[in-house]
Every structure is written in C-alpha cells, then in structure tokens.
Design a protein around this ligand. Structure first.
Ligand SMILES: Cc1cc2nc3c(=O)[nH]c(=O)nc-3n(C[C@H](O)[C@H](O)[C@H](O)COP(=O)(O)OP(=O)(O)OC[C@H]3O[C@@H](n4cnc5c(N)ncnc54)[C@H](O)[C@@H]3O)c2cc1C
Length: 395
C-alpha cells in the first residue's frame, strides 16, 4: 500500500473539523516553518515568536475541550498535525506538541489555576513544558531525586531537571518530584512549576544540532515554594500519570519520523529524477532506486503502526504494543533511510538548502525522546513474554 494512501484512508475517518485543522497546520508549515526553519537552526534558537503565532492561529488547543477554548479534537488529529509539521521541522513540531500537552494538563488543574493560565497558554503568552528527566536520571524515572516536602499548606521543592523541551522559554512546567526520598514510585507527585516564582533558576539552553527549535534546557529549583493548588497529582500518582501519556508520545514521535522520511523521499526522488549521470537520470540506477524503495516500504509500515496506535488511544484501547513498535521502527530504521535519501542527492543532499541533514539529526534525537529504542525493546519484551507465555509472565 502506498504511504500516501495510508494517510488518505486515515484522514477519511476523521471529522471535517479535524481534517480542516490538519490542512490549516499544513498551510502554516508551508507559510511559516518552511521559510524560517533553517534560520532558526543557523541562529541556534527556539522559534518562540513562530510558536506564539501557531498558538494565535489556533494550533495549540487541538485536544483542549471546547469549553476551555480549544478544538476538542481526538488524539489522531494531534498526531497528524505534528506529522505534517515535522515535514518542515521536527524541532518546531516537538515544541508545539509539548506545549499542547502541558496546556491540556493545566486545563485539568484546579479551576483557579486553569482560569488563570489556560487563556495565556492558548495564545502562547505562557509556553508549557513537562519536566521528568534529571541530569542523573532519564530512563529510570522512579529514581529521580528532585525533592518536594510539605511546608504548611505549601510544598518546598529543591533539585534539578534536565532535557526539558521548551525549557529555554517555558513559563508553566508540569514537573515530577519525589516526596518520600528513596521510595521510588510511591512518593512521586506532579507539581505545576511557574518560572516567574522565586526559586526557579533557568539554565542555558543546550546546543542541539538539527533541533535547536526544541529549545531544550534544564532548570534548578532552590527552595521553590509551590502553593497547594500546584499539586497536580498526589504522591503515588505522579509516575502513573506521566506514563499514561507515554503511548501518545511514542505514537506521535513515530508519526513525526514518518513525516520527515516522507518529505525526504519527495526531495530525493524529485532530485534524482532530474539529475543525470552517465547519460541517464540517476534514479534509473537500480541500487539507488532500491534504497528508496526500502525507505518507502518502511514508511508505509511505520505509518500503519503509528496510526493503529492513534486509533487504539482514541478508542480507549491498549496501545502499548503498537506505540512501542512504531517508536522502535522509527528509532531503528528511519535514520538509515534518511541517509539513503541524502545519498541519492549526492553532495547536494548535504546542503542546508534542503532539510535532509536537519531531518537526519532530528531523527537521531527522536530515538531518545519519550523512551529510547532500548526501552521500547524492554517494554515489547515484557509484553511478548506475557502474550506468548501466559498471564503473569513477563511482569
Ligand atoms: C531532544 C530531547 C527532548 C527531550 N525532552 C524532554 C522533556 O520535555 N521532558 C523530559 O522529562 N525529558 C525529555 N527528554 C529526555 C528523554 O526522555 C531522555 O533522554 C530519555 O528518557 C533517556 O534518558 P537518558 O538520555 O538519561 O538516557 P539513560 O537513561 O542515561 O540511558 C543511557 C543509555 O542506556 C540505555 N539503557 C537504559 N536503561 C536500559 C535498560 N534497562 N536496558 C537497555 N538499555 C538501557 C538507554 O537506552 C541509553 O541508550 C528529552 C530528550 C531529548 C533528546
């Protein structure tokens, strides 16, 4: 099945409103991201003004309930929107979806917090982020050490977070912290951290070739006082809540890799059809053509898995296997296919006039976000044993 047919079939199941929003995102990608993405990369900066523009044009409230000013769309719409935006720049799409996720979470905070922050996040005045990872703890989240201790009705937080998407500019950060040192999952709680409060210390954004638009940075909390209303998930519920969103993230990151590969194939096939060597278009050399056929074949498989995960998530079904398989395929195969697209364009494929090298770097980065390829194998291994060896095994 052709990769484009899979998209058409998937989109046909969405509502007209959802399809309109995807078309709006495509137009935004062509109009705002495509002409500027290489400049953001050159300037090594977060595209805050473009992110705000996306918010003002309604792209931040995809799944936010209509009662809160959003579109109330399904997860499938979010996935398709970030897939389309990643065709132009993975970093921008990742920044937007992380802002969206924080916005949707903040909308479920206490009414006072939601009323104060949701309008400002919807229009991009306040940028959202999620902070789980720490300098010493990534895959093993339950080991994190950022400490939260009660102080009257408030909480006092101390610690350091690392690798926060939008961390360069974020104002509202959904943050996982430990309330009972050494207790792992039992003491983990979620807090809303606001960057304009005393005790929040932002760090210098990381140099991240190919994805400066993600605006990754860390921050420190130094006797940061969080009011009672900032407790989003109580102790014991923090890790579960963080992991509940993980299949969504795995599915959309896989779809974003599909978007980058699809765009790279368009560039490579068009270029190789025009470029001649030894008296014929280079696309006619079988070795070159077959490398692109391999890429197109995996693209179709990747989309089928990512879209299946999205449909399962929207139906409330278990998406563990399809989301992890999609993310694993994206993390392990797309990089080589993007390199093949660069190869098909000869040395010109290396130039920043095309997005291919940016996509190549971004694809390597995508293999770490929301769980590494090894962690996909860990999860899939447990599920494989449980499925094939019977209940109880593999836990
Ligand atoms: C661009 C970018 C944006 C990010 N944004 C965010 C964000 O917004 N919020 C956030 O909280 N985090 C974010 N992260 C962090 C990301 O979630 C972590 O990088 C990821 O969880 C892996 O953690 P780590 O990098 O510390 O690797 P580690 O956990 O230190 O792992 C090191 C290596 O060991 C391997 N490994 C670990 N455990 C096992 C095991 N059991 N079996 C086999 N191999 C294993 C890993 O796969 C990896 O290859 C971001 C990362 C990147 C690159």
């Amino acid at each position: 099945m052709a990769a484009a047919e899979i998209v058409a079939e998937f989109d046909a199941r969405l509502s007209p409103r959802e399809r309109d929003l995807i078309e709006q995102a495509q137009a935004f990608g062509r109009r705002v991201i495509e002409p500027a993405a290489q400049q953001w990369e050159h300037d090594r900066r977060h595209p805050t003004e473009a992110l705000r523009r996306a918010c003002q044009e309604g792209l931040a409230g995809i799944e936010l309930p209509t009662a809160r000013g959003g579109h109330g769309c399904r997860f499938s719409t979010t996935l398709r929107i970030v897939e389309e935006l990643a065709r132009f720049d993975f970093g921008f799409a990742f920044s937007l979806v992380n802002h969206h996720n924080a916005l949707v979470r903040v909308a479920r905070a206490t009414p006072a917090v939601a009323e104060r922050l949701v309008p400002r996040m919807l229009n991009g005045e306040v940028i959202g982020a999620t902070a789980l990872t720490e300098p010493d703890h990534g895959s093993d989240l339950a080991a994190l050490t950022t400490a939260a201790r009660p102080a009257g009705d408030d909480w006092l937080l101390d610690g350091e977070k690392a690798w926060v998407t939008n961390g360069a500019v974020a104002g509202a950060i959904v943050t996982l912290a430990q309330t009972e040192p050494g207790s792992r999952q039992r003491g983990l709680a979620t807090f809303l951290i606001e960057a304009d409060r005393a005790g929040f210390v932002r760090q210098v954004p990381y140099e991240l070739p190919g994805a400066h638009a993600i605006g990754v940075a860390g921050f420190q909390l130094v006797s940061y006082r969080a009011p009672a209303e900032a407790l989003l998930e109580p102790p014991g519920a923090g890790l579960k809540a963080a992991l509940e969103g993980i299949n969504r993230a795995r599915a959309y990151v896989a779809a974003m890799c599909a978007g980058m590969l699809d765009a790279a194939l368009d560039h490579a096939v068009r270029y190789a059809s025009r470029r001649t060597a030894f008296g014929r278009p280079v696309i006619e050399f079988q070795g070159l053509q077959w490398s692109l056929v391999d890429a197109d074949t995996d693209l179709a498989a990747l989309r089928l898995l990512a879209y299946r995960a999205a449909q399962q998530i929207d139906a409330g079904d278990d998406a563990d296997v399809s989301a992890a398989q999609a993310k694993k395929l994206a993390g392990s195969r797309v990089l080589g296919h993007l390199a093949a697209c660069v190869q098909a364009m000869g040395a010109n494929g290396l130039r920043a006039d095309h997005p291919l090298m940016r996509h190549l770097n971004a694809c390597k980065i995508a293999a770490f976000t929301d769980g590494t390829t090894e962690m996909m194998n860990e999860r899939l291994g447990k599920l494989l044993v449980r499925r094939r060896a019977g209940n109880g095994a593999g836990d």
